[in-house]
Design a protein around this ligand. Structure first.
Ligand SMILES: *Cc1c(COP(=O)(O)O)cnc(C)c1O
Length: 827
């Protein structure tokens, strides 16, 4: 065979740099319309323009993608692999255009054809491959890895149907399928050459040669193909482009031709349907467990495919797997990919012939694990018999890891109770594999996502493992990317800040501090308030268009948007709204501050109480909004279908951010960060990252109320209930009485009986316990809003002091303390 001639890719370097002026861009957009979409520009529809612009931008990303990939390969630098079941990305075009600095020229180019860039960007469907905070964190981290120069690859699942679309009918949530791929997805590249067979079931053969340890060979009964789809993730200023590789499941044999030919047309496709089911839908479960066989299949499927891919790449560049941990860091985003620990052990021992102890050393040095919740029902555990049936060899490996860990614990002097607490097998309710324990023991670093959450992890879920491995747990407080959550969603504020402090903060967000002194500058405060006012106008228009509710941009926009969950306490907020409604009617003479309470969020379809809370919010909204006696002093709005794109309109428009979870329950929160960065004041509990926000913002600039995590734990030990508090608090009692009497649901007065009786009987989420403190803090905020100078000054301090909560800072900490990877290894 003759040597392959060297072929240079076309693009930014050779033969000539790509031009980014409006003329060139305009010409290229028309070229794409013509030759890639085959439309005459005069007949182009909206979606054709979206596709053409995307393709023009994509070419420029590819120009950066090749050199980024080459650079990492040639340097031999350590790569970071971020394994996550969820990536809640949202739209990609605006992010890419912004990060490539093309916003101005593309807007200009499109104007020549009378096309608005904003209109085009809004056509793109959200990539909603996640439920909430955990998935959005993974998306922010991907963008920040590219922006800070960490060579990162994200691995996840290419769900055909992402997070369900929510509609509200008669006040209740209705779930509809989400279809982000119907117009095709120009961002992804299918890589048929990167596909792997993934096994399930079958049996394990043991080969015993004299004088040697036994060798195990797994013979799966079923095989499914994992096919890679790559999406480029472009960092700030295009300096680096990383890859998000999502796996799609396909049958090894797409059609059983024998069956088809013999007339069984449906049966011929059964295998194919069964395989494809694995990546068909995202489980709509947030902070609670989705215990289904299909879920375990999804978890193993993407973990096993990713590990095969990582090993193949490593062996293409290295002689053996001995140095795997020097070249590879794998981060497990929650326990969903925790089976990777057992799978890597299987690959090292069974396939690559490593002895157990060496394999364990490599495995542990390679993995890091991020915990996201302390809720016991959210810590995954699989019934042993299910696990064994699907993954027989991995089950054996888990038993062996467990035996090693238990031996180590016994030698350390652990007693029986301590040992059963650290065991990877829960011997209680029907024997289960504990995925949190597996992830913990298989990782060299385990992290929580805020300072408080990390401390609570040490005291609660992982108390005994922390005793056995006291160096292993560390904290990495979450962050959000300032590109999406300031520059792109709030161009008005970004422009104002650039004018006031220069553009330095665009490259180093902590420079926002330079704006701190402007809180005392009346002229600046006025401009800051004007930007907020315009953003509120934009949200008011959206609410008017979608819901036909008129709201006054002069009122306090008091906003709670996040997954609906009892611990997040939307119910507390609704009760306060009802109490306020009662008070406004009882005391019309008082000087009430006009308020609009805005809610959005989805409930897991099987989570009855969460759905009741949505229903209640909508019922209360209907009654309050149509009551002329409240005039315009109180409006309540539930905006359906909360997603990333809606968040991008909501965050810049908030005056007040509701972060009111029961203390000790919210691991970090990131919504809290997005709001404050955009100049909203926070009313919140001492929970998650609110605690650190208090430290950075100062106590004058955040409104903290309620029980602390310790006090909540204490009350729960004392079997606290709400009854006596309700009896002694007329505001609360009258609000609950109104709910119970059917004031908000006359057609079905008993609808909320169980929600209310839970408060009387145990008040598990401390809604009664915190009500009065919450009410008083809200009234304090009412007063503050009337003094606009004071309010706006605090709002400016919020924006100026939130730079630390950037995911760039989080990623630099992971890179330095956990991955030992990234620019200069440590920064
Ligand atoms: C940021 C974000 C979340 C997380 O919100 P929390 O308030 O931290 O729970 C959830 N969903 C979407 C769409 C988000 O953008």
């Amino acid at each position: 065979m003759s040597a392959t001639p060297k072929i240079e890719p076309i693009g930014a370097k050779v033969p000539e740099p790509r031009q980014n002026d409006p003329d060139t861009l305009a010409r290229q957009i028309v070229e794409k319309l013509t030759y890639s979409i085959c439309k005459h520009p005069e007949q182009a529809r909206k979606y054709d323009w979206l596709r053409a612009v995307t393709l023009v931008v994509r070419d420029r990303i590819i120009d950066h993608w090749f050199p980024s990939t080459d650079r990492v390969r040639d340097s031999g630098d350590k790569r970071v692999y971020y394994l996550s079941m969820e990536f809640l990305i949202g739209r990609m075009l605006r992010d890419a255009i912004n990060n490539l600095q093309l916003t101005g020229p593309i807007r200009e180019a499109l104007k020549r054809y009378n096309v608005e860039l904003d209109m085009v960007e809004l056509l793109e469907p959200d990539a909603a491959l996640g439920n909430g905070g955990l998935g959005r964190l993974a998306a922010c981290f991907m963008e920040s890895m590219a922006s800070t120069g960490v060579p990162g690859v994200g691995y996840g699942i290419r769900y055909v149907h992402g997070f369900f679309r929510q509609e509200i009918a008669e006040g209740a949530q209705v779930e509809l399928p989400e279809t982000w791929l119907v117009h095709g997805n120009p961002w992804e590249f299918e890589r048929r050459d990167s596909s792997y067979e993934i096994g399930f079931g079958g049996k394990v053969l043991t080969q015993q040669e004299p004088g040697k340890p036994p060798r195990h060979v797994w013979r799966p009964a079923e095989r499914v193909l994992a096919v890679a789809f790559d999406t480029p993730i472009v960092g700030w200023r295009g300096s680096q482009v990383n890859t998000l590789r999502l796996w799609s499941a396909q049958a090894v044999d797409p059609i059983l031709l024998d069956a088809f030919n013999s007339g069984d047309h449906i049966g011929a496709l059964v295998e194919s349907n069964k395989a494809e089911a694995i990546t068909r839908v995202l489980y709509p479960a947030d902070s609670h467990q989705a215990g289904q066989e299909l879920r375990l299949r999804q978890e193993y499927f993407f973990s096993a495919a990713s590990l095969q891919d990582i090993i193949r790449r490593h062996l293409g560049e290295n002689d053996s797997l001995d140095n795997l941990a020097d070249k590879v860091a794998i981060q497990l985003n929650d326990t969903h990919p925790a089976v990777s620990v057992a799978e890597l052990m299987r690959l090292l021992v069974d396939v690559h012939g490593y002895e157990w102890a060496k394999a364990w050393e490599i495995t542990r040095a390679t993995f890091g694990y991020t915990n996201h919740t302390l809720l016991p029902e959210a810590l995954e555990h699989w019934p042993i018999n299910l696990f064994e049936r699907l993954l027989p060899r991995q089950m054996q490996i888990i038993y062996q890891i467990n035996a090693d860990v238990i031996r180590e614990a016994s030698q350390t002097g652990f007693d029986g109770a301590q040992i059963s607490a650290i065991s990877l097998i829960d011997e209680g309710n029907g024997r289960r594999v504990r995925m949190g324990q597996l992830a913990f023991v298989g990782s060299h670093a385990v992290n929580g996502v805020s300072a408080l959450h990390t401390e609570l992890m040490k005291e609660t879920v992982f108390r005994n493992l922390h005793e056995l491995y006291p160096e292993r747990i560390q904290n990495k407080t979450n962050g959000v990317t300032p590109r999406r959550w300031l520059m792109e969603c709030n161009p008005g504020l970004t422009g104002l800040l650039t004018e006031a402090i220069g553009p330095g903060f665009l490259d180093d967000i902590e420079k926002l501090r330079d704006a701190d002194g402007l809180a005392d500058d009346a002229a600046f405060r006025e401009k800051f308030a004007a930007v907020k006012r315009a953003n509120k106008g934009r949200l008011a228009d959206l609410i008017s268009d979608r819901l036909a509710i008129t709201i006054d941009p002069g009122a306090i926009f008091d906003i709670q948007v996040k997954r609906i969950h009892e611990y997040k306490r939307q119910f507390l907020n609704i009760i306060e709204a009802i109490a306020l409604y009662n008070q406004i009617r009882a005391h019309p003479e008082k000087d009430w501050t006009p308020r609009v309470k805005i809610f959005a969020g989805k409930a897991a379809p099987s989570y009855v109480q969460a759905k009741e809370i949505i229903h209640l919010a909508n019922d209360v909204a209907r009654v309050v909004n149509s009551d002329p006696s409240v005039r315009d002093l109180l409006k309540i709005v539930f905006i359906p279908n909360y997603n990333v794109s809606l968040a991008e309109i909501i965050m810049p428009a908030a005056d007040l951010s509701e972060q009111i979870s029961t203390a000790g329950l919210e691991a970090s929160g990131t919504g809290n960060m997005k709001f404050a960065l955009n100049g909203a004041l926070t009313i919140g509990t001492l929970d998650g990252a609110n605690v650190e926000m208090l430290e950075h913002l100062g106590e004058d600039n955040i409104f903290i109320f309620g029980l602390t995590a310790d006090e909540v734990a204490q009350r729960r030990r004392e079997a606290h209930s709400g009854r006596s508090i309700i009896d002694e608090t007329p505001l609360l009692r009258e609000a609950l009485d109104a709910i119970s009497a059917g004031v908000f649901a006359p057609e079905s007065p008993a609808r909320y009986h169980s929600l209310v009786s839970n408060l009387y009987n145990n008040d598990w989420w401390m809604i009664c316990a915190d009500f009065e403190a919450y009410w008083n803090t809200q009234r304090e905020l009412d007063g503050l809003f009337l003094t606009q100078d004071a309010w706006q000054s605090k709002a400016v301090h919020n924006t100026a002091r939130m730079g630390w909560f950037s995911s760039d800072r989080s990623i630099r900490e992971y890179a330095k303390d956990i991955w030992q990877a990234g620019p200069g290894k440590v920064r």
